[in-house]
Design a protein around this ligand. Sequence first.
Ligand SMILES: Cc1ncc(COP(=O)(O)O)c(C=O)c1O
Length: 450
Amino acid sequence: MAKPRKFSKIVVEPPGPLAKKIIEWDEKYLMQSYVRWYPLVIAKGEGAVLEDVDGNRYIDFNSGLAVLNTGHTPEPVIKRIKEQLGRFLHYSLTDFYYELAPRYAEKLVNALNWSGSKVFFTNSGAESIEAGIKVSRGFFKGRRPYLISFLNSFHGRTMATLTLSASKTIHKKYFHPLLPGVLHVPYPYPYRCPFGSETPDECAENTIGYIEDVVFKKLVDPSEVAAFFIEPIQGEGGYVVPPKKFMVMLRRLTKEHGILLVADEVQSGMGRTGKILAIYNFDVKPDLVALAKGIASGLPLGALVGDSEFMSLPGGSHANTFGGNPVSLAAADATLDMLLGGLMENARVQGDYIKSRMLELMDELNIIGDVRGLGLMIGVEIVKDRETKEPAPKLVSWIINQCFKRGLLIIGGGETSLRLAPPLVINREQVDEALDILEGVLREAEKNMT
Ligand SMILES: Cc1ncc(COP(=O)(O)O)c(C=O)c1O
């Protein structure tokens, strides 16, 4: 017999009447350039649970696109936001000073264990990456115009970050010409290694070999490359974890040629993988790191952090009006306290548990091709058949929609993966209830396949 639900509850099949009304309204007045996974219209949330406008309750394995690391409406963050609201709302770091900025920058640098680094505040992930492009090209005073990023990567939707991205052509269609001087190389995706390598280590070696033998010998001299941009775990690409050996080899290669290594930790950073930066799981230190999403519990804030040697753009060369907004900084300060105060540890514990349950299920179900991830950034690759590894995007979409109808919020990633990214405040009971729902749906999906 199914266990009674404690956290999720579907009282009316979604979209209910109120949700339908709001969706119609949205379609009338908003440009529909988004892709909504399912008709969820949120009313409120608490911790890892959210409620829609018709009173349905869901366990949230999305965290609002990996933003709500501290969960919905975290009290300590709200308290700090309210305090700041009574002081001042804005005063533009472009031209003036306020204490919150260096105070939080110092705290962030310490949390990253990165002495000698400096911070530049932005409003979003794309702006943090844009800052990374300008800082790295600027550091070389224009002498190294080239940037290299990876296939299947996602770095944002502004014209420059769009150029670095290479996950879906729809992101770029109609918008060319893009930024000149950007090259893409394959990402070492162990489950589907672009070089057909058998083991993760071989995949790492072949990818580095391609960069050395093809890119650096036939496409661009390494002395003209300013930076590599890499997601230490690909987000939109399907929560793909590269081999540790690859990150170590890439770091060695970039150092050898004096190229900067920029980690895009917009999705993977701020504790999501159980460490403050995902790249620390590989024992690699980047030169620059781009942050956003989880940094301020949902308020708009991003940051570029890097060694002060590189964070050296001259006065007047880069700035923005809202970056480092005081209310966002107050939220970020309280967010960091929560992450360091036990949430990163919880990400590790719950993440290991989710992975172990999914791996057990993989033993039984032929449609689960791969389970991977670190902390609470877990990818489950769905295939038509484990032998052939044939992608099953329609099945992924069915699974996601069925979970939604049963009280669990997940989304997809890459061509054929599920992304599991609950808030870091999630507890074992909530995880178990969510995984019971997911397991039921996956078992049904397997049955439908046969
Ligand atoms: C890895 C990564 N980089 C950059 C971005 C862009 O961030 P934003 O949407 O805040 O501009 C995203 C957004 O999903 C991301 O996942």
